[in-house]
Write a protein of this length. Sequence first.
Length: 185
Amino acid sequence: MMLKFPQKLLIFTGAHGVGKTSLVGSVAECLRSSRRVAVIPEVARGLVDDGYAVNYRMNEDGFIAYMTRYLKAVSSTSGEIILSDRSLIDLRVYTKSFGANHIRQGLHDLLAVLLEQEVASGAEYVYVPIEFEMAIDGVRPDDLAYQRAIDEEIRRLLVETGVRVLTVTGDLSARTEQVLALYGH
């Protein structure tokens, strides 16, 4: 079975606390003046709001809820451009690579197949590296070594999957301009 991904899906990825959500909001605001833009919000935040554990503490219920919510949002969101605050690549990194070993291999295998479909759909990725001090918000882990390890694994997986990646740097304004350049702004 092949999942239907939107024609123009732009996925923002990177470790927690690097400014992805702010960047998605800034890019969406700028593009909305000339394009029909839709945003898929960060699924993990919604899971936390609903009482699920995330990151390395995620259990199978949270894992399935993440996949379900993300895939439902991807398949039901319409717009000329869809901006997604994270994706399946993030779920893969945060669970398979960092301690969620209690999740059955079959679920990880399913995630791998779905991630292959996401990549094959032509989705483009915006990688946001660690450049600034992480804001402590009581939701994200504040362990800087963990944040760096996640960042390294995301970069490795982006290379391994061979996806088209735009790495953005600088402050929010500079990062926004780099993404907007993809659309001739």
